[in-house]
Design a protein around this ligand. Structure first.
Ligand code: PXL
Length: 276
């Protein structure tokens, strides 16, 4: 049976095609019962917009999870993305203890940074709390910037395989189990993901679209979770998610007015097809 009940905890950025507004449709398209726990409601995401609103929902979280516990609602997977505060990270740690079915999977996308910088609103205290969360997860999906923050490593725009291996070693030495490192690029026209599982490292390389798009980390992580819960192994799921994310980027590339996110909806049928 591959109809799974997945809980995803991340914000609602009303406008901007990221976090829950991509996770819910992608996980639903993959065919899973998708339960959402919004960590905050923002008018837009924080990348490239100014004056966005931010309604912190931290206070709601324990009330919601308490109700679920009373109702006996449990999950096959808990997948977290952008979290709005350090307190929320603590709440997610409790969810990991109480809301999973007997056999369940914990997936953490430490969505907090990109291009060498923390997103607006995050600080060192948040990074320290996030370290504890990632090392308690079964699978993590950091980009290179996030891996640097998680391991106190200097970020480099240009790097080689030895640098990536060092990042991976630091992550696993600190307690990371399965790691999917995204946006690993060794040449101008290619990029890819590095998948580390049970001591084995595999790199999936694909075309690179030079245009950096917002929200692709969320598209990637959601597509990965959707595929993995369909009983694909970690590497296959990482490949399916990479192919879909690239398709989303290429589907948006000719529209200069659409830099805040990717047009992931029209290519959902191709994602669904790749899960068959
Ligand atoms: O895509 C990650 C993300 C999610 N949610 C919010 C963000 C960002 C990245 O900037 O600002 C609110």
């Amino acid at each position: 049976m591959d109809y799974k009940r997945v809980l995803t905890v991340q914000d609602i950025s009303c406008f901007g095609q990221c976090s829950l507004t991509v996770a819910l449709p992608i996980l639903s398209a993959a065919g899973h019962e998708t339960v959402i726990l919004p960590s905050a409601v923002l008018s837009t995401h924080t990348g490239g917009f100014s004056g966005f609103t931010f309604c912190d929902l931290t206070g709601e979280i324990p009330k919601i999870t308490e109700h679920w516990l009373k109702e006996g609602i449990k999950f096959d997977a808990i997948y977290t993305g952008y979290l709005g505060s350090t307190t929320q990270i603590g709440y997610v740690k409790s969810m990991f203890k109480t809301l999973g079915k007997d056999k369940y999977i914990k997936i953490v996308d430490p969505a907090m940074a990109d291009n060498g910088k923390l997103y607006t609103g995050f600080n060192a205290e948040f990074v320290n709390e996030m370290k504890k969360l990632v090392y308690s997860a079964d699978i993590i999906l950091p980009n290179i910037t996030e891996a640097c923050f998680l391991t106190d490593t200097e970020y480099k725009e240009k790097y080689d395989e030895a640098y990536i291996d060092m990042l991976l070693s630091k992550l696993t030495a600190a307690g990371a189990k399965t790691v999917i490192l995204t946006g690993v690029s060794y040449s101008e026209d290619s990029t890819g993901v590095l998948v580390y599982e049970n001591g084995i490292k595999r790199y999936y390389k694909h075309r690179r679209n030079k245009r950096g798009s917002h929200g692709t980390g969320d598209v990637y992580a959601s597509a990965f979770v959707g595929a993995y819960l369909k009983n694909n192994d970690v590497y296959k799921s990482a490949v399916i998610a990479a192919d879909y994310t690239l398709l989303c980027i290429e589907n948006t590339a000719d529209d200069d007015s659409h830099r805040y996110g990717v047009k992931f909806e029209p290519v959902l049928p191709q994602y669904i097809e790749s899960l068959k």
